[in-house]
Design a protein around this ligand. Structure first.
Ligand code: ARG
Length: 581
């Protein structure tokens, strides 16, 4: 049980005794430590319902509270109950955490399966900076869910079947440079795609030729299928290199094309069940009229009032769409993988698509907890969408390379002793960690301004600062003559800085589950920053190696637990820690 849960259970007992009927209420971490560690507004809420004085009720509750050995409680303001945890209770908790592999994190996801749909770039196009967000956020959420005990299936739903293949096949036949393809496939595919794009503008017959190639592909033409397959293969191996660098792993890569042969039957089923109907030759899903207009994704408000906003699942020419594939995908994930939850980590511009998708799936009888985890854009210094000098979207690989290069420079300046392979390895860990942390420490819904200097600063809210903090703790242990066994140490907390460090260590298991309530890895990012800051204050105020026993062992054990918690927290953000830097 976390400390918070322990307080909630004791509060529930007191409420039940006070009111004479089973009652429970929430306890939250206090916003301001001057008033205590935790608080509850139970007395205020309950007094309102019973029309009694909240402070008097709070006093009655406190009189019934059994907090022996755990905390003290008092009343504040209009009737808050504030809890202050006893240092001895923190000491006992930290001692238990040292023996706990899970660092006090409850297995809230045990028995549940979640599919995390993230990254999902479109084949034959480079992953752009917008895909950074999906990849990094999705990976972190997957790691957190896994640590919380969920069965996690990370699925890369790549866009491997779309109208772009008409152009790519045409380009393949007319412009392909085989040597360039072999050397570096994705840029070559992008190059031919661009050449065709220009050609279609100069000569309209090229566009018709592209469409013809697409029709042939969709009809199963062997030659075009072979080209398509080759494009997929080279793109996938190019993407895999990026994922390896980012240490991002997928359990599956079931792209759009995987669902091709299910789409015709799906559309028939939707028509038979009356969920979709024909409209100007296309098959569309319309509103079923069961929701208030404001909440109905198949209605839109225009000048003339509320009008239909259907989702097309088959075009008049027989082609299927993104929505059709996504419906088939939901069915597969529920039937084959027994998914209880599906989280889609995709930019905010696709919000309507997902609202329609979830609504249509529910009407089709596919039940589950489906969430669109949206995010805003990445902006350049000028607060406009980030672009390269030539005006293109910035590719993910360029961002990573520049980050690593800059990290290498910073490391060389700070620690010239580091050389060669070791220096390169550290630069990689620091550079990539910096990009990830800059992303994950943001509120995912806001647009964020990309700044090299800010993300690589050693002093600041950055990955290098956190990595450096970890290095600093480990260096304490390198100074010891013999290995230190933290599990054998007794914990004594006397100084404020020690108590504060213990307080944060104990909170790890409380913070983690809350991240998934609204998919906010930034809560974990904030937590590790606070933990690192608490460590530095502790280290400044409290001598460790020079302290007398038993304080010395107690403090060493705190250092050990801090380094494990910091490393685990960073690992859940997908960030590695170097040994030195
Ligand atoms: N390929 C899409 C894009 O880049 C994202 C796919 C997201 N996943 C999904 N099941 N729709 O915009």
């Amino acid at each position: 049980m976390t400390l918070l849960q322990e307080l909630e259970s004791r509060l529930a007992a007191a409420l039940t005794a006070t009111l004479g009927e089973p009652t429970s209420a929430a306890v939250t971490a206090a916003a301001d430590l001057r008033f205590g560690d935790y608080q509850s507004n139970a007395a205020m809420v309950l007094a309102k319902a019973r029309k009694t004085n909240p402070r008097a009720l709070a006093q009655e509750i406190i009189d019934h509270l059994e907090l022996e050995g755990l905390a003290t409680a008092d009343i504040a303001g209009p009737g808050f109950i504030n809890f202050r945890i006893l240092p001895t209770a923190y000491a006992a908790r930290t001692a238990a955490l040292i023996r706990d592999e899970r660092l006090g994190v409850p297995a809230t996801g045990a028995g549940k399966t979640v599919v995390v749909d993230f990254s999902a770039p479109n084949v034959a196009k480079p992953m752009h900076v917008g895909h950074i967000r999906s990849t990094i956020i999705g990976d972190s959420l997957s790691r957190i869910a896994r640590f919380l005990g969920f069965t996690v299936i990370a699925d890369n739903h790549i866009g491997d079947w779309g109208t772009q293949f008409g152009m790519i096949i045409y380009g393949w036949n007319h412009f392909l440079d085989q040597a360039a393809l072999a050397a570096n496939p994705i840029p070559e595919l992008v190059r031919i795609y661009r050449m065709v794009n220009t050609a279609t503008k100069e000569d309209p017959t090229v566009l018709d030729a592209c469409k013809a190639e697409l029709v042939k592909l969709q009809a199963g033409d062997a030659e075009n299928l072979a080209i398509w397959q080759q494009c997929i293969n080279v793109s996938k191996s190019g993407l895999q290199k990026i994922y390896d660098r980012l240490d991002v792993k997928f359990d599956h890569w079931l792209g759009e094309s995987y669902y091709n042969d299910r789409l015709a039957g799906l559309v028939d089923e939707f028509v038979e069940q009356g969920i979709a109907r024909e409209s100007s030759g296309a098959i569309c899903i319309f509103s079923d009229g069961t929701k208030p207009l404001e909440e109905d994704p198949f209605k839109v408000h225009k000048e003339e009032g509320w009008t239909d906003n259907p989702a097309i699942i088959r075009k008049a020419d027989g082609g299927f769409l993104y929505a059709t594939t996504d419906l088939a995908t939901i069915q597969f994930r529920i039937d084959e993988w027994k998914a209880d939850h599906i989280w889609y980590v995709v930019g905010v511009p696709q919000q309507l698509h997902f609202r329609q998708l979830f609504d249509a799936a529910a009407r089709w009888g596919k039940t589950g907890d489906f969430k669109h985890v949206g995010f805003g854009s990445i902006l350049g210094d000028d607060r406009k969408l980030m672009k390269t000098r030539s005006g293109d979207n910035v590719g993910l690989i360029e961002v990573l390379e520049e980050a690593v290069e800059r990290a290498a420079k910073a490391i060389a300046e700070k620690n010239p002793d580091l050389q060669g392979e070791e220096a390169a390895k550290i630069a990689e860990i620091v550079g990539i960690g910096a990009v990830k942390f800059a992303e994950l420490s943001q509120n995912r819904l806001t647009d964020y301004v990309f700044s090299w200097d800010r993300m690589l600063a050693l002093q600041g809210d950055t990955a290098p600062y956190l990595q450096y903090s970890h290095v600093r703790i480990r260096s304490i242990f390198r100074k010891l003559d013999a290995p230190f066994d933290a599990t054998a140490a007794a914990i004594h907390l006397n100084e404020d800085a020690e108590i504060h460090l213990a307080r944060l260590l104990v909170r790890f298991g409380e913070v983690l589950p809350t991240i998934l309530e609204d998919f906010r890895p930034n809560l974990l990012a904030n937590y590790v920053l606070e933990l690192a800051r608490a460590f530095h204050s502790f280290f400044e105020a409290c001598p460790v190696l020079k302290a007398e026993e038993p304080t010395r062992s107690s403090r060493l054990a705190l250092c050990e637990l801090t380094s494990r918690t910091l490393k685990q927290g960073l690992n859940l953000l997908g960030i590695d820690v170097p040994e030195r830097m």
